[in-house]
Each structure stands twice: as structure tokens, then as C-alpha cells.
Design a protein around this ligand. Sequence first.
Ligand SMILES: Cc1cc2nc3c(=O)[nH]c(=O)nc-3n(C[C@H](O)[C@H](O)[C@H](O)COP(=O)(O)OP(=O)(O)OC[C@H]3O[C@@H](n4cnc5c(N)ncnc54)[C@H](O)[C@@H]3O)c2cc1C
Ligand code: SF4
Length: 477
Amino acid sequence: MPPIKRNPKAPRQIPPEVAPNVRVQGGAVEVAGGFTTEQAQVESLRCLNCKDAKCVEACPLHIDIKSFIQHIVLGDVASAFDKISERSPFPGICGRVCQHELFCESACLLGKKLDPVAIGSLERFCSDHHRQFNGKAPVVKANPTGPKIAMVGSGPASLMASFVLAQRGYRVTVFEALHRLGGVLIYGVPPFRLPREILDSEIARLEAMGVKFETDVIVGNSVTLEELFHEEGFEAVFLGTGAGLPFMLNIPGENLIGVYTANEFLTRINLMNANETGADTPVNIGKHTVVIGGGNSAMDAARWSKRLGADTTILFRRGRAELRARAEEIEHAEQEGIKFEFLGAPVALFGDENGWLNEMECIRMKLGEPDSSGRPSPVPIEGSNYRIPVDTVIAAVGQAPNPTLQRTTPQLITNRGKIVVDVNRQTNMDKVFAGGDVVRGGSTVILAMSDGLAAADAIDKALKLQQKEVEIVGAEA
Ligand SMILES: Cc1cc2nc3c(=O)[nH]c(=O)nc-3n(C[C@H](O)[C@H](O)[C@H](O)COP(=O)(O)OP(=O)(O)OC[C@H]3O[C@@H](n4cnc5c(N)ncnc54)[C@H](O)[C@@H]3O)c2cc1C
Ligand code: SF4
């Protein structure tokens, strides 16, 4: 075989995108396209195939990035896809929503001098290519027969834990409170970022491995943890219940008509089609929307608001550098004509005699010393208040764990609603593990998945150890 001619100096490839003026009219149409085969080749030839591949270390799932890219270099995309599948069944999801700039791409050696390799887009390419040319995902192990494990919640943490445990022969059942699977990936992330067929097909891979799913079951209400263990025969439980309880603004006027949390706004649209005429639970979007916050929820809510026809502004109390959303989504929001007002915070909301929001008072901020988040703290500038007309306000200022299960399981140790775990994601309760946003607070998809992976390892170890003890006791008898 002739030696491979790498070209790290080639410009980083840019995936195609739907034009901003078209996509804001197009509702759920996916904005970012995937690499063509030619682009994937050029991009993978930029990779230096480093001896000590820092990208692998920096990926919380430790996907063998270096090897999958080399398979693309050799034109063997099927093997690239299989390489990713060894560690993750979700390349279509992660290729689209993972914050690569914070993880693998931030560690890419090429990024020291040039743009890092577009690892996320290459991951997505493998998944799209597989769907187009093969369609059937590799089923690692079907019809497992081992001990029964329950997953509570169907977000990325539980999905990842289910994958690992089903692969190792455990019988896994996922209980989900909502009628659709995926956690934030279905109720929060809009379809124009993550098309539902991608999410559904990657969840279907788990089903093909023998994972069972039960929707509309609230663990803590419909069934307790006690009952899962003692009546339903589960031998371990993983709690991946997320952080679905939105923080409020805690300012006067918050109850006016036209004020939403991002959680409610996005759930109504993403899960209940509130963007469509005649929807049972419509959202009343006026001419001017202000979204408060700087994370992924804020970008998603603002981009939906724009698609519903409102002139939309994101109000953020710090500066652009402190925004927490994915870099790509910030850029997409800017391209779509969403305005950003930095260093400002809401103080009060005002409405008309019928209770409809019509005005908002804000205050200017300056940046102070770093706070507990490591970012410069926002400090109000006294006397700088100003008012703006507004019809809709969407609060996207963070979220806390959903308290249902914690309330009905008082013996579970929590800290301000977050479940406390040790390094193995073990809670204070025997055989009860937890991970993802319910432990971390609002975090990221890939960290939720890595918690699921770590918890699955710990569950496997705990149940194997238990099995060994039984064997030893049996031998003595
Ligand atoms: C709008 C939005 C956009 C985001 N965009 C990104 C992004 O682009 N990239 C990124 O990396 N991160 C993003 N994040 C963060 C990321 O989605 C979360 O960190 C991740 O989904 C957490 O996964 P999880 O499995 O812990 O919980 P979740 O995804 O929250 O899933 C928890 C599930 O548990 C269910 N549940 C709760 N209580 C119970 C119960 N008692 N019984 C049964 N089921 C229950 C819930 O209904 C939910 O479906 C975003 C977050 C939001 C809100
Ligand atoms: S660090 Fe960058 S250049 Fe090195 S192997 Fe990983 S992707 Fe390739």
C-alpha cells in the first residue's frame, strides 16, 4: 500500500448548512448537514495519527477516535462506525449535539497551531454513512438472560448504562415518566438540531439488544424503589432522572401571561407540537421575545421563537465569552438574526389590565471577580435600570433535579436536590446508583453518558461480587 499522504494544513472542512433565511421559515428542518465523502476524506487526512492521542483521553467515553479516523483515511467507513460502536451506540446523537469543543477537539494536537480536527463532524459522517448504506446497526448481544436491572429515566445517562449492561447479558428495563424516550434529547433539544429519526433509530439499537422500555411510568409515584427490588425482582437500579425542574427568575411579574420557562416552552413545542396551528397546548408568541440566559436552553428557545415569527433577543448577564451553549448553536443563532444583549439582567416584568406581559425592566451589569463557576461574576450597576417593550419572556436560567423520586425515597441522601454518589456512582442505598444531571445539575450529554458507563461498570462488579459470595457460601455449606 502506498504511504498515506497526510495534509494537516488543509483548511478544516465546514459541513453544509441550510441558509438562515430558509431555516427560520422551515420549522423543524435540520440546520447542519453532514460531510460529503470527499470532505470526510480531506478532514481525516488532517489528523496526525498521534502516537499519544490526547483526543481519546479527552473523550469522556474514550472512543478510539484516532483509530476510527484512520479507518476513514483508508476508505473503510464501516470499520470506522464499528470502532465507535465499541464504546458508544450513539454516534448520530453525539455527532450532532456533543460539545466537542470542550472535550476531544480541545485536546487535539493539531489545534495547538491550526484548527483542530473536526472530530464531531467525522463521527456524524460515520453514523450517517452507516444509516444510508447499511441501515442495520450491529447487535452486540440479543435476548440477555442475566439479572434484572432497572433504569429510571430514559436520558443519555440511562441509555448509556443500558447499552453497557445489555451488552454484558443483563436484562435491562428503562422506566420513563414521559410518553417519549430520550430525556432532554427529545423534550429539550429541537428537531432542527437532532432529527427524531436519528434519536429513535439509535434507541432502537438498544431495543434490538434486548433492552425493554416502559413509558408513562413515574418511579416514586407509579412504582416505588422498594417495589422494584422486592416485588419486581430487580437486583440493581440506576437513577438517571435528570434535572427537569426549571429555576424561576424570582422577580415581580413572573406570573403574567406570556412568561414561560424554557423547559415548558420547549416541551410544549418539541413534544406536543405547539408550533403547529390547532395544537392542544399552543404557545402564545407575540412580536417581541426576550430569552434570559446563555446556555443551550436559551439558544434552543430563542431559535424556536424566531421560527415562530418573533423578533427575538437573548439577554445575558455576562459577556459573549461566558456563554455556555455549544459554539455552533451560538453561531447559528447569530446567523438567524437573533439579537444578543450582553451585561444585562431582568429586574421586573409589567403587564396590561388583562394580565398580559407588555414591558420589562432590566439593569446593566459589569464583570467582577470570578465566582464559583470560574467565570467573572456579574455585578449590577446601580441606577442603570432601563425598560423595553416585550410580549414574551422565556426564562432559561438553569434547572434543578426533578424532586419526585427523592421525595418518596427519603432515605436517599441528596444535596440541594442532587443525589449524592461516590466515585462509582453508588448512592448511600444498597444497589442504587445514579448519574447524569440528577447528580451534577445541568451538565452535558457526554458527561451524562460517561456517568452511565461508570455506573454500569460498578453495577456489573457489584453483582458479580455478590455472585462470588453466594458461590463461596455454597461451597462452605
Ligand atoms: C434545552 C436543552 C438543550 C441542551 N443541549 C445540549 C447540547 O446541545 N449538548 C449537550 O451536551 N448538552 C445539552 N444539554 C444538556 C444535556 O441535555 C443534559 O446534560 C443531559 O440530557 C442529561 O442527561 P440525563 O440522562 O442525566 O437526564 P435527562 O436527559 O434529563 O433525562 C432524564 C429523564 O428522566 C425522566 N424522569 C425524571 N424523573 C423520573 C421518574 N421519577 N420516573 C421515571 N422517569 C423520570 C425524565 O422525564 C427524563 O426523560 C441541553 C439541555 C437542555 C435543557
Ligand atoms: S489529537 Fe487530533 S491529530 Fe492527534 S490523533 Fe487525535 S484527532 Fe488526530
